[in-house]
Design a protein around this ligand. Sequence first.
Ligand code: PMP
Length: 396
Amino acid sequence: LFTAVEMAPRDPILGLNEQFVSDSNPNKVNLGVGVYFDDNGKLPLLQCVQAAEKTMMAQPTARGYLPIDGIVAYDNAVKALVFGADSDVVTSGRVSTVQAIGGTGGLKIGADFLKKVSPDAQVLISDPSWENHRAIFENAGFKVGNYAYYDAAKRAINFEGMLASLNAAAPGTIVVLHACCHNPTGYDITAAQWDQVIAAVKAKNLTAFLDMAYQGFGQGIAEDGAVIAKFVAAGLDILVSTSFSKSFSLYGERVGALSVVAASADEAKRVLSQLKIVIRTNYSNPPIHGGAVVAAVLTNPELRALWEKELGEMRVRIKAMRQKLVDGLKAAGVQQDMSFITTQVGMFSYSGLSKDQMVRLRSEFGVYGTDTGRMCVAALNSKNIDYVCQAIAKVI
Ligand code: PMP
């Protein structure tokens, strides 16, 4: 039966991780995978999460099946977070939100649903984008192309090119947009540029699918979420995937969501019924624990405040590491202006290093980033930063 099955290529990032684990260099630093580590190089277990779990443990509950679309309180908390609890779009019942298995699950449910609604649409993702975007939409049966995004020579966003790509897209094209903290480049467009993107989406009758995997890591929870309100204010029907993997440091719990904004409450109900079929025929219903923790934190004022504080600390620490990287590279003798690192936001930096330089960083110094030059600045800390700066300076 399986004689003709070919070996699939290794996942580029997880493959890098395996290589890192087996590297015997005592100074090795993993800047490959997109995970936030604290200043001690440890994956944090947030206090708000621990407090919520403690309360849950004090009142143990049996584990029946969840509804297909997940925990009601969770879905409502996601709606409130992403759109605002009192926003017209939520109070008028135009948003359908389902709990999903991480942000990836939200994208997958959305992709499968869109394939039913617009089977012939093309999908456009940013050039470059998170690797899984292409794979998720191709596996859902779509043809996936790119819209211009990054200009490597200028180390900046090619915004003219981005708009030109959108304006050239056929009506109905699905455009996957990074709501904030673009992965892999770290470059976000400005609020004024978002207005132009929204105008193009509207004029060309495109479908915007906003991937929000890093809400709170850019400028702040509300600031990062503001782009969603802009799309809604423009009267657009959109899809939004949410991930709490990073913002709650709950990677392995797989907590995410998909929200779909429809034109009316009636339409939203019909959309929800279809989302439920996608879920039912994939994995039936989501797991309880991670969603229950996030719902408990988001709906309890004290825990919510604690979460905002802890998320703020992660955001501030990343920004400080960006500055230290720029300063440290200068001190290590790098002549070229590396200050672009501090204009980038979120967990990643497109360093501008070539594949050869990234390979040297790995083999000679045990500093792991992707071949594209992407480094996870959220894995830098006060102990490894000098070593990383020295290593980068030597390969530049
Ligand atoms: N979208 C983007 C842009 C991401 O970077 C990630 C995580 N690396 C995801 C979605 C998926 O998030 P999750 O781990 O919650 O599935």
